[in-house]
Design a protein around this ligand. Structure first.
Ligand code: MF3
Ligand code: CO
Ligand code: CO
Length: 271
């Protein structure tokens, strides 16, 4: 492992193997939680399930105690953009939520989040979830050595705004691997051909947050929960990706094909 000229870690194969294992536990945690999403369950109960699962897989939840954060996951409901703190609040029909977990395994970090739906959700919620998911997938397709981080931000922003939604500017993706958050900041907006160039051996998250309304957020008095200022709905998906010679490997792929929520599918025939 060494740093490139932009101060970004370039990982060797041993690091890759370690990060991949941590990512697998994170994605399996979310694969597990799908079956527990139902009306009446509290976000604290979901957090406990994540916590226990992570420990049972010889890992630690990176968020627990991180800068004073009190829980093992972030659970962000409806107009919560990110960093929602699990509580005694109960899920109800029509809710959409993001669950974000980061695992530490043998000192390596893996970070992923995805959307879940409760019962029947509105058409506008389905559209929001689909646009957010598509924006992430489009950016992932451009994770190729020689492209820039600005290219990734521009791709996400152009796609989201073309669909009349907005990209949150107040939070970003990040380098990851030997630490939770490291260089570079991975912005979900910006200009093509700007920022550091992608190189084989880099590892980072892409985690766009998309609002139906305006992009501005504010932090609640618990000093963590970020909400949309205009109370519009927000969605987010996050993958940890590892840059390879000719593209990238998504390290936080779902192993039971549940990354995109069944309840948000717009067309009956889509995969
Ligand atoms: N997992 C979040 C991320 O994607 C960070 C959560 S930090 C916490 O980077 F303290 F809010 F948990
Ligand atoms: Co992250
Ligand atoms: Co995360």
């Amino acid at each position: 492992m060494h740093k490139n000229k932009d101060g970004i870690n370039i990982y060797d194969n041993e690091a890759y193997e370690g990060i991949k294992k941590a990512c697998e536990v994170a994605s399996k945690t979310l694969d597990m939680i799908v079956d527990h999403i139902e009306p009446g369950v509290t976000t604290e109960q979901l957090d406990k399930k994540c916590h226990d699962f992570i420990l049972a897989h010889n890992s630690l939840p990176a968020t627990l105690g991180y800068r004073g954060y009190p829980k093992s996951s972030c659970i962000s409901l409806n107009h919560v953009v990110c960093h929602g703190i699990p509580s005694n609040k109960r899920l109800k029909n029509g809710d959409i939520l993001n669950i974000d977990v980061t695992c530490i395994l043998d000192g390596w970090y893996g970070d992923t989040s995805r959307m879940f739906t409760v019962g029947d959700i509105s058409l506008k919620s389905k559209r929001l979830i689909e646009i957010t998911y598509d924006a992430l997938q489009l950016a992932i397709k451009s994770v190729i050595p020689g492209k820039t981080f600005g290219d990734l931000g521009a791709i996400i922003q152009e796609y989201v705004e073309k669909n009349k939604m907005s990209v949150v500017r107040d939070f970003c993706g990040h380098g990851i691997g030997s630490e939770f958050h490291q260089a570079p900041n991975v912005l979900h907006y910006g200009n093509r051909n700007s920022g550091p160039r992608l190189e084989s051996g880099m590892c980072f998250t892409i985690e766009p947050m998309v609002n139906i309304g305006r992009p501005e957020t504010k932090i609640l008095s618990d000093s963590w929960t970020a909400v949309t200022r205009d109370k519009s709905l927000s969605a987010q998906f996050e993958h940890t990706v590892f840059v390879k010679k000719e593209g990238c490997e998504v390290l936080t792929q779902s192993l039971n094909n549940t990354f995109f929520p069944q309840g948000a599918k717009l067309h009956h025939n889509s995969v």
